[in-house]
Every structure is written in structure tokens, then in C-alpha cells.
Design a protein around this ligand. Structure first.
Ligand code: C2E
Ligand code: MG
Ligand code: MG
Length: 767
């Protein structure tokens, strides 16, 4: 009997210990804050029950004791189950399992007190992967005396999911031969803990693989010692170090220039330069996070990316941005840089002299228009090749160094910088060489194309200002070369400089003068010689500059054209002339002119439809019919772009406006051209009238012109008639209209009507 009591007590104590363990584990999980108390309570209760059981069994009589025992047991079960622990008891002989309510709830089952669960059914609920271990542990437990097993495994819940349980158990009854009769145990649900553990494991696994397989370098360094603690492959790869070598050196051995690039605020990244094991450098971006690790150590996690490739691409892009895409020559940006460097060198005494050549191709536009842009591009590429070749063979020191000094500035403009020359003669020689190389025809799309260049030259002896100024001066010289007959070179000189300065001054003042009373109009009569009546007046602009006095329109109109101011100015002239005509007609319909003639420049013509709009608006505002307005276009302007001019002229004619070709004889058109243009009037240039006295040649030309014009049904006006003699000759040649100081000076608006009788008629001896 004593032995049985002892065995019972021992089993009880073992279970109590394991039960307390379970409860303590539960308390660690945070599922039960009073788990320690529960454990001790359970231990005491269970001891009492077991003692009662043993006493009851041993004596087999005390009813009271039995009752007490049942109550105790119920209380104990309630306490244990209150902690969330389920109880089970396996009867090996019967092959079944008695379980508590809590145990059954754990798996979503309802406990049936009368029919215990067959072991087979329970085994089917255990996860197939865990079953072998469960079987083995129970087998061990059965084998070993006083052994309490502890095992976690998965059991299927009634709803189908898996429940992780922690189970303890021990054999409490054995037959006399030692074979086990009963195993008693506890079971608790540890799914939440298992999930948390596996989430942690997974995040650690993820971090590991991220760290190891990241294409970006990651390093962990000790903040104080600056030693590397961990580095991944991507960190090692560009460095050339092995992991062992890297872990033996400090951060400072690799990050040599830690004062490197700027901090990118958005990404927290900095650019740095790292040194490879072989001593070479490579650029990286780096960002770091400082923290305290689980050992309390101050560490820095750094993310480092090798940006050698990106930097190389950036360099390439930067280089491409400084090249002309078509010809591969330097572009404007690069040339300006090089030129500015040359200026600095001459200023510092680093070189004696340089020259800039500005090349413009005389017939490029014609090729482009006639053969298309593709052909134009081909021509530019061929030009670039010839320039390169000619310069290479020129012997110019600077030119040999690099091709950067030849640039395409846009369109057909090329620039050459020749460094390190001693005399301006050298620049002239090189220009000659280039002209020679460019003089041969090009073969484009199976056709022979000629395109000579005009070259303007500036040397640093003549101009050592900013790069932009030097280029502008070279451009001025280039225009002089064009004026001098093309296919030649001209040096920029002081006279050009003076002209240029005046031009700039005129431009600035004119800009201010627009819209003020500095600008006014005068009107010169055009007289019908047969009747002596004024058929029309030509509006001529005047500018009275506050300091310079009267500035000639021949001077400022050209500046206005170049600067674009002519558009605003022309619109004003048109509007004002129409308004003046309307006022004269209103004041004295009898004597007022019928037509006002307005000069229109190339830039105004280039506006196309806008010019038409301006004409219509001026007429509308003055309430005049379109035939009251005559537009004068110089022969030279017409011939610049005959096709474009022709189209616009037809439009103007259709609108009802009269057209006059001004300064005929100064341009390049032949008499034959007169037929093709829709002009009503041809104005014979002053120079011819002036030459009348000179001899029969001029006389013959004027006669031919007048005859042709009249035959074409147009009128001819002789310009610049200054003497009675000129007038008489012109009349004898059949000229019907004339304009000139002899017939009337340009006058302000108020004086125009008055002069009709007083000035004109007495001068004309009308038959
Ligand atoms: P243009 O259109 O050929 O005008 C005739 C020019 O000859 C005027 O010079 C006029 O004053 C001048 N002239 C007239 N009769 C005689 C004469 O008997 N002898 C001499 N020596 N000259 C005479 P102006 O006013 O100096 O104008 C010069 C040029 O400026 C004009 O030549 C015209 O091309 C341009 N111009 C004048 N006003 C305007 C304008 O409002 N718009 C535009 N686009 N050009 C204008
Ligand atoms: Mg005119
Ligand atoms: Mg004229």
C-alpha cells in the first residue's frame, strides 16, 4: 500500500511540475498574467486529490472521503482549465482517450463524457508530418519510467485549420510487469506563439536573403572603431577585396574621399569616392542609418551603390550635348567655352594670339530650298569634312590639338578657332586655305553643287572681349566679305567697329523712339506729267533724335529691319499714312491726293498674311477703299526670295491694293521679270535719272524700260528728278510720272494740300 501511495504521489508531483511549466509558458506568452499562482494552486489541489484517491482505494469505505475527493477533483479541473490548459488521459488497454472540456474546445470538438475518443481517431487528427515524432515520444515515455515528455505538434481543428499544441504527459499507472496502463497529460494551444515565432523567422530569413542577394552593397560598421562587421557580396564586388580582407580593415581604408559630392535631400544619399584594393577609384552613392544593435553596440548600416556606369553615361551625355549632331563638330556651347579659355590665356600671357573665323555659305539656302533638307544636310556634312581636313593640313598649332575648335553654329554658319598664332597673316593664310578647299563643287544626290564661303576674321589683337562679342565681330566681318563679292575673307577692323557701335546705339535709341513724337511722316508728291497733277504722295519716315538730330531713314530703316523693329514701325507708318490721306480727302476732296504710297521692307513682307491683315486694318480704320493704298517694295527685296514675294503680291493685288516696284535698276532683275510680277507701277531709280546727262547709254536703258513698262500696261515713275532738264528728257522719252525735289520736297501732313497749286503747276510747262 505504501508503495502505491508513493507511486501516486510521485506521478502527481511530476505532473504538477509539468503543469506548472505549461502554465508558466502560458504566462510568458502573455495569455495568463496569474499563471504562477495558478500553478501553485494546481499543485496543491492535485496533491490533495491524489492523496484522497490513494486513501480511498486503499481503504475502500469512507463515503465522505469519496465525496470530498470528487469535489476536489472538480475544483481542480475548473482551476486548471481556467488557465486554458486541457487535460487528457490515455487508457492504453482500452485504446481510448478521456479529455477535458478545454482540450476538446481547443480543436473545436464537443466532449462526450460517455464515449471517450478512440486513439485511432485522435492519431488521424495529428498532422501527418508530426505523427512519427509524436509516436516516438510516446514510445519513449512508455519505455522510461518517471519520464515526462514534452512535445509541440499540430492537430487539425474541426474547421480544418491546424492548431499548434504543447503537450506534456507521463505514465501514471503500470501493471506489475511494468507495462503501462495509463498516460496522463496536459495540452495547451500555442498557435499564437508559433505564428509569432515563424513570422520572426521569416522576417529574419527575408532580411538575410535581402542582405546577401541585394544588388546594392550593404555594410554594417561599428560606429566607434569604424570596422566592418558585416558586408554583402555587392559591397565587396567592385572593391576587389575578399570578405575576410574587408572585415579586417576599416571604413576609412575604402571611403577615401568622404567629403565628396552633395547630399541629395530627397534620398538622403551622398556621392563619395571609394578606393579599390588595387588602388583605383570608383564613385558611389552612400546612405547610412546609425542605430544600437541588440548587444548595445553603436553601429551604422550603410547602403552603397557603385555608380561608375551612371557617371560614364552622364559624361557621354554631357559630351553629346556639346556636339553638333549632324556634323559631329563642336556646337555653340563648346565653342564658346573654348573661345573663352583662349581669351583668358591671351590675357594671362599663356598664348600670344588667336583668330576666329566666321564662315557663311553663299548658296546653302538655295540648295536647301531647291533640293530639300536632306540634300542640305548632306552638304553640311561634306563642308564639315572639308573644314576638318583643310585645318588638319594647315599646320596651325592650335588646330592640330583637337577638332573642338571647329564648330557649327547653326544653319550654314561655321566657326573656326585658331589658337597660338603669331601674326594675323597666319589667320589670313588659313582662311585662304579653307576658301580653296571649299571652292570645289560638291556631289550631292548625283548633282554637282557649288557653295562658296564668305569668311570674317577677328584676331585677339583687334578684339579681346567676351566670346560673344568676338563672334559678333567676326560675323560683321563676314557680312563685309559678302558685300565685297563673296568667296573671300575680310578682317574685322576699327571702322567696322565704329559702324557697329553706331548701329547698336541707333537700335537702342530707335527702340525708345517708337511710339513717341520723335518719329513722324513726310509726304512727297508723285506727279502726273501730262496734267501736272499730283497723282499720289509717297510717305517717308523721319526721325528726330534728341541728340543726333535728324537721322537718315537710309540708316535707321536698315537697323530697324535687322532688329525686327521694322514690324512695329511699318505698321505705324501704314496706319498713319492712311489716316492722313483720309484727313486730306475730308478737308479738301478736290485737291487731296488720291493715293498714298507706303514703303514696305523685307521683314514686313516675310510676315505674309500678317502684312495683309495690317493693310486691311489700316484701310478699314481710315475708311478708305483698297486702291487708295500703294505698297512700294524695292527690286532688291523682291529678288531675294522671288517665289515667296510673288505669292504674297498676288494676294495683295487680289485685296485691291496697288503695288510699285521701287528703285528699279539697283537689283538684279532683268527687264523680262517685269512681266512676271503683278506690279502696277515701276519706279526707275534715282541713279538712272542722275545719269541721264552722262550719255546715250543710260538714256537708252531708261527709254527701253519705259517702253516695256508702258507696253505691259503698267506705269513708270522716274525718281529723283532734280532739274528741269531731266524732266524734259524724261517727258521726251515717254515717261508719264515723276518724283523729285524739282517737283516737290517731302512735306509734313499739314502742308501737303496747300502745295498742290502753288508749287507743282508753275514748274511744269504743260503744253
Ligand atoms: P525711297 O523709297 O526710294 O524713297 C525716295 C527717297 O529719295 C527718299 O529718301 C526721298 O527723300 C529721296 N528723294 C526724293 N526726291 C529726291 C531728289 O530729287 N533727289 C534726291 N537726292 N533724293 C530724293 P529718304 O526719305 O531719305 O528715304 C530713303 C529710303 O528709306 C527710301 O527710299 C525708302 O527705301 C526708305 N524709307 C523711307 N521711309 C520709309 C518707311 O516708312 N518704311 C520703309 N520700309 N522704308 C522707308
Ligand atoms: Mg519708295
Ligand atoms: Mg526709291
Amino acid at each position: 500500500m505504501r508503495q502505491r501511495i508513493r507511486a501516486g504521489l510521485e506521478a502527481a508531483s511530476v505532473l504538477i511540475t509539468s503543469g506548472a511549466g505549461v502554465v508558466l509558458a502560458a504566462s510568458r506568452d502573455g495569455t495568463d498574467p496569474d499563471a504562477t499562482q495558478v500553478a501553485s494552486l494546481m499543485a496543491i489541489s492535485l496533491t490533495a486529490v491524489l492523496i484522497s484517491v490513494l486513501v480511498y482505494r486503499g481503504r475502500g469505505r469512507a463515503w465522505l472521503a469519496a465525496r470530498a475527493m470528487i469535489e476536489q477533483q472538480e475544483r481542480l479541473t475548473a482551476v486548471v482549465e481556467g488557465t486554458g490548459v486541457g487535460l487528457w488521459e490515455s487508457h492504453l488497454g482500452k485504446g481510448c482517450l478521456y479529455v477535458s472540456d478545454r482540450w476538446a474546445q481547443m480543436f473545436g470538438l464537443v466532449r462526450d463524457c460517455n464515449s471517450p475518443m478512440p486513439i485511432g481517431e485522435w492519431r488521424r487528427r495529428v498532422h501527418p508530418d508530426d505523427l512519427p515524432l509524436v509516436d516516438k515520444v510516446i514510445a519513449d515515455c512508455v519505455q522510461r519510467k518517471d519520464y515526462v515528455f514534452q512535445l509541440d505538434f499540430r492537430v487539425r481543428h474541426a474547421l480544418g485549420h491546424w492548431v499548434w499544441v504543447l503537450s506534456h504527459g507521463t505514465v501514471t499507472d503500470r501493471a506489475t510487469d511494468g507495462s503501462p496502463l495509463r498516460i496522463v497529460g496536459t495540452q495547451s494551444d500555442i498557435t499564437a506563439r508559433k505564428m509569432a515565432e515563424s513570422a520572426l523567422e521569416e522576417s529574419e530569413r527575408n532580411f538575410r536573403s535581402l542582405f546577401e542577394r541585394s544588388p546594392v552593397g550593404i555594410a554594417l560598421t561599428d560606429y566607434k572603431t569604424r570596422r566592418f562587421l558585416q558586408v554583402n557580396d555587392a559591397f565587396l564586388e567592385p572593391s576587389g577585396y575578399t570578405r575576410e580582407e574587408m572585415l579586417a580593415i576599416s571604413y576609412d581604408a575604402v571611403a577615401v574621399r568622404s567629403d565628396g559630392g552633395p547630399l541629395n535631400q530627397a534620398t538622403g544619399q551622398r556621392e563619395r569616392v571609394f578606393r579599390r584594393k588595387d588602388g583605383k577609384y570608383y564613385p558611389v552613392t552612400i546612405s547610412g542609418i546609425r542605430m544600437t544593435d541588440s548587444n548595445g553596440r553603436d553601429v551604422v548600416w550603410s547602403v552603397v551603390q557603385d555608380i561608375s556606369h551612371r557617371k560614364a553615361v552622364e559624361r557621354e551625355l554631357a559630351a553629346a550635348a556639346r556636339r553638333d549632331r549632324l556634323t559631329g563638330l563642336a556646337n555653340r556651347t563648346l565653342f564658346l567655352e573654348r573661345l573663352q579659355e583662349a581669351v583668358s590665356r591671351v590675357r594671362d600671357g599663356g598664348q600670344q594670339m588667336f583668330a576666329v573665323l566666321f564662315l557663311d555659305f553663299d548658296r546653302f539656302k538655295v540648295v536647301n530650298d531647291a533640293m530639300g533638307h536632306q540634300a542640305g544636310d548632306e552638304l553640311l556634312v561634306l563642308i564639315a569634312e572639308r573644314l576638318r581636313k583643310a585645318l588638319r593640313g594647315s599646320g596651325a598649332k592650335g588646330a592640330l590639338e583637337s577638332a573642338n575648335q571647329i564648330a557649327r553654329f547653326g544653319g550654314d554658319e561655321f566657326l573656326v578657332l585658331i589658337n597660338d598664332i603669331e601674326k594675323s597673316d597666319e589667320a589670313a593664310r588659313i582662311a585662304e586655305r579653307l576658301l580653296l578647299a571649299l571652292a570645289h563643287p560638291y556631289s550631292i544626290q548625283g548633282r554637282e553643287v557649288h557653295s562658296t564661303a564668305s569668311i570674317g576674321i577677328v584676331t585677339s589683337d583687334h578684339c579681346l572681349e567676351g566670346a560673344e562679342t568676338i563672334i559678333r565681330n567676326a560675323d560683321v566681318a563676314m557680312y563685309e566679305a559678302k558685300r565685297a563679292g563673296r568667296a573671300c575673307s575680310v578682317f574685322f577692323n576699327d571702322a567696322m567697329h565704329t559702324r557697329l557701335s553706331r548701329k547698336l546705339m541707333i537700335e537702342t535709341s530707335l527702340r525708345k523712339a517708337l511710339g513717341t513724337d520723335q518719329l513722324s511722316l513726310v509726304y512727297q508728291p508723285i506727279v502726273e506729267l501730262d496734267t501736272g497733277r499730283r497723282s499720289s504722295v509717297e510717305a517717308l519716315i523721319r526721325w528726330k533724335h534728341p541728340d543726333l538730330g535728324q537721322v537718315s531713314p537710309s540708316e535707321f530703316v536698315a537697323v530697324a529691319e535687322e532688329s525686327g523693329l521694322i514690324i512695329q514701325m511699318g505698321a505705324w507708318v501704314m496706319k498713319e499714312s492712311c489716316a492722313a490721306l483720309a484727313r486730306w480727302q475730308q478737308a479738301d476732296p478736290e485737291r487731296a491726293p488720291r493715293v498714298v504710297s507706303v514703303n514696305v521692307s523685307r521683314a514686313e513682307l516675310a510676315q505674309g498674311a500678317r502684312l495683309l491683315g495690317c493693310v486691311n486694318e489700316s484701310l478699314r480704320a481710315a475708311g478708305l477703299p483698297p486702291e487708295s493704298l500703294q505698297l512700294e517694295v524695292t527690286e532688291r527685296e523682291v529678288m531675294r526670295d522671288p517665289a515667296a514675294s510673288l505669292a504674297l503680291m498676288h494676294q495683295l493685288r487680289e485685296a485691291g491694293v496697288r503695288l510699285a516696284m521701287d528703285d528699279f535698276g539697283t537689283g538684279t532683275s532683268s527687264l523680262g521679270c517685269l512681266r512676271d510680277y503683278p506690279f502696277d507701277v515701276i519706279k526707275i531709280d534715282r541713279s538712272f535719272v542722275k545719269g541721264l546727262a552722262a550719255g546715250p547709254d543710260t538714256l537708252a536703258v531708261i527709254h527701253a524700260t519705259i517702253t516695256l513698262v508702258e507696253n505691259l500696261g503698267k506705269s513708270s515713275v522716274a525718281e529723283g528728278v532734280e532739274t528741269a532738264e531731266q524732266l524734259a528728257i524724261l517727258q521726251s522719252l515717254g515717261c508719264h510720272y515723276a518724283q523729285g525735289y524739282f517737283l516737290g520736297y517731302p512735306l509734313p501732313e499739314a502742308e501737303v494740300v496747300e502745295t498742290e497749286r502753288t508749287l507743282l503747276q508753275p514748274r511744269l510747262r504743260i503744253a
